[in-house]
Design a protein. Structure first.
Length: 249
């Protein structure tokens, strides 16, 4: 399905990014796997080697703090250098904080904006500059954009900004690149558990029709759909949460 295509996936060493990488490799896409923490170098290299061997695709890895201009530029440059072109770019970079607004320090706020908003701005900018004609970009936002809740002020504000950057990029494009967001429900990864207690997790489960959290594997097919069969759709935010929240109109 993705034979002859090349994909950049950020945060590709674990959780949603890793499962997306496996799915794209299985469909024949070459892959540039980004990871952030230097301690993840060996496991990311191992994953890249395994995917290359198992599915016969070309893979490369890249470490970087993608809230910096040079790192994001270097990511896309390596994609082009490795594969000749890049068709798809999937951005998993994110940071979450659940805390009352009055208790959030300016440093915490600045970090949240840097990792969620600045990194997304740079990713979108490099994508428009460096992706191939008719490429596709998928940005990860959150179903909390449809929720009226406590504690997530800066996370919601930041992911809301990601949505608007993405939406406008979809109109600005000179290359017919599609730009879309996916907003998963509370997803069964350490990213969620770091912020939540057992009682709230149990409540989240009751809000899904199937009575469980969103799993990474619920989201991967939607990413594939957006870049392949969903090419007529752009500037959208897909709430993928089995009924947890929905946009108000
Ligand atoms: N889990 C949920 O409940 C949930 C729900 C809705 C949406 N989402 C979104 O889905 C995406 C994937 O989340 P996940 O649950 O799969 O968790 P995850 O694997 O922890 O994804 C977040 C990624 O962002 C990376 N990152 C953080 N700061 C970075 C920086 N400065 N530069 C580059 N990369 C950086 C992390 O790397 P390090 O860990 O090495 O720093 C990690 O790979 C995120 O954007 C998240 O906001 C998650």
């Amino acid at each position: 399905m993705f034979s002859g295509k090349a994909t950049i996936i950020t945060g590709a060493n674990k959780n949603l990014g890793k499962q997306t990488a496996e799915a794209f490799a299985k469909e024949g896409s070459d892959l540039l796997l980004h990871y952030h923490s230097s301690s993840s170098a060996a496991e990311t290299k191992k994953l890249a080697d395994e995917l290359a061997k198992k599915y016969g695709v070309t893979t490369a890895t890249y470490q970087g703090d993608l809230s910096t201009e040079d790192a994001t530029s270097g990511l896309f440059d390596l994609g082009i250098k490795s594969f000749g072109k890049v068709d798809f770019a999937i951005n998993n970079v994110g940071m979450v904080l659940r805390k009352s607004l009055a208790d959030i320090s300016l440093d915490e706020y600045n970090k949240m904006i840097s990792v969620n908003v600045t990194a997304s701005f740079l990713f979108l900018r490099e994508a428009e500059r460096k992706l191939a004609q008719d490429g596709s970009v998928v940005m990860l936002t959150t179903s909390l954009l449809g929720a009226y809740t406590d504690g997530y002020s800066v996370y919601q504000a930041a992911k809301s900004a990601v949505y608007w950057l993405t939406k406008t990029a979809s109109k600005d494009t000179k290359k017919k690149i599609t730009y879309n967001c996916i907003s998963p429900g509370p997803m069964d990864t350490p990213f969620l558990y770091g912020q939540e207690n057992d009682q709230r997790i149990e409540f989240f489960k009751t809000q899904a029709v199937n009575g469980r959290l969103t799993e990474v594997q619920d989201i991967v097919p939607i990413i594939k759909f957006i870049v392949k069969d969903g090419k007529w759709m752009t500037g959208q935010n897909l709430y993928a949460n089995n009924g947890f929240t929905a946009p108000s109109a």
